[in-house]
Design a protein around this ligand. Structure first.
Ligand code: ATP
Ligand code: MG
Length: 373
């Protein structure tokens, strides 16, 4: 780690990358074993009514300038058939949390090195963090699907839309005939509200608008009726009217298929509209979680309070919207006290101590802060 500020000498950097290689190759070796016994990754849900349980998950990136603790001890549940909103400012680890669940973190530098991510398949509980690649392949798409932030980068520009959706359906249903696959694709296209589905079937991605591309992504993600939909900023690239339509669509689909949704966004309006539960992340940790009404009406963590004050409210006159002062600490060199302390305007004496533990405001509402509200 850098001794004097941000400067790292070539020698230090070499030393760090040597250590990193040792750590990551050991983890990779363990993962690439053949015939990993089920006992290593089949576990038990703490509560059968949960779809996913994150339990003290740690996902680190072993980079040449030091270890980035992108997700550091995150715990929260996604109940069956509910929507959980994950909010927090850029870089706080929202995407890495969801990628850890799919096991799509950039390897070998990125590794989930601690904790359990339990996924309820209905028959058994799989600890995704320890599951071998073939088990993950059968989960991805069939059981959990992800809608990515930027549809243009996720669709292949040189294939027609129809072929791309067909491919996903055929891959997950090898027994289906070609005609059935196409019929299913058509069903999916109309389900996501595409009027001209015959036309769109033979178009290329660049011929569609952003909103339509996002609909195609959603159609692909939902084509196998997943139990869990992970939507990472699904509406950030869209204008507000299309955004509202996409959110409506997600809500309807959730009711129809009964899936759980993990909704990642920094738009609090979207969260208020969609989420049953809210998880607030800050610098790789969960600082507060609770039901949507608890978080919106009774926020306890100064960071959540700041977030709530920084959103515009119709009919409320303010000279300037509130902005939280200061910056997120350097992820390579986290302090050993509360990560928010240096930006916090509500510090108390205890804040000089170590990182605060979890305080239960109610059975669903938890906060990591000495003030406790
Ligand atoms: N491949 C990588 N290598 C090294 N560090 C990474 C990598 N991917 C992400 N990180 C780091 O992990 C941390 C969390 O990133 P993440 O993408 O989860 O943020 P986020 O909350 O999704 O932000 P945003 O709202 O901008 O999408 C950041 O500090 C980021 O720099
Ligand atoms: Mg992100």
């Amino acid at each position: 780690m850098a001794k004097n500020g941000n400067y790292i000498s070539a020698k230090e950097s070499r030393e760090i990358s040597r250590k990193n290689r040792k750590i990551t190759s050991e983890i990779e070796k363990k993962r690439n074993r053949r015939h990993i016994p089920e006992s290593e990754y089949v576990t038990k849900m703490r509560d059968e009514n949960n779809c996913v349980e994150f339990d003290n998950v740690q996902t680190y990136f072993f980079t040449d300038i030091g270890t980035v603790k992108a997700v550091d001890g995150v715990s929260f549940d996604v109940p069956l058939g509910k929507t959980v909103g994950i909010v927090g400012e850029s870089g706080c680890g929202k995407s890495v949390t969801s990628l850890s669940l799919m096991q799509l973190v950039q390897r070998p530098s990125g590794q989930t090195i601690g904790g359990e991510i339990r996924f309820n398949t209905g028959e058994k509980a799989i600890n995704v963090a320890a599951a071998p690649a073939d088990v993950m392949r059968s989960l991805r798409g069939n059981q959990m699907a992800m809608i990515f932030q930027e549809p243009m980068t996720s669709l292949n520009p040189v294939f027609r839309i129809g072929a791309q959706v067909d491919e996903v359906i055929a891959l997950h249903n090898p027994a289906m005939s070609k005609e059935d696959v196409k019929a299913r694709t058509m069903d999916m296209l109309s389900m996501v509200g595409i009027a001209n589905k015959e036309g769109v079937y033979s178009m290329y991605p660049h011929e569609l608008s952003g909103g339509m591309r996002q609909r195609i992504m959603i159609a692909m993600a939902l084509s196998c009726d997943p139990r869990l939909i992970i939507a990472d900023e699904p509406t950030t690239a869209l204008d507000v009217t299309i955004q509202a339509q996409i959110l409506d669509l997600l809500r309807n689909l959730k009711e129809r298929i009964g899936s759980s949704i993990m909704l990642i966004t920094h738009d609090l309006g979207v969260v208020a509209e969609m989420a049953d539960y809210v998880v607030v992340m800050y610098a790789g940790r969960v600082v507060e979680q609770g039901s949507a009404s608890e978080i919106f009406h009774d926020p306890r963590h100064p960071y959540t309070i700041g977030l709530m004050n920084s959103k515009p409210v119709v009919g409320k006159h303010v000279k300037r919207l509130y902005s939280i002062p200061g910056n997120v600490p350097n992820p390579v060199d986290m302090p050993d006290y509360c990560y928010f302390r240096d930006r916090c305007e509500m510090c108390v004496r205890e804040c000089d101590g170590e990182y605060p533990g979890i305080f239960e405001v109610s059975p669903t509402h938890k906060v990591s802060c000495y003030r406790r509200g």
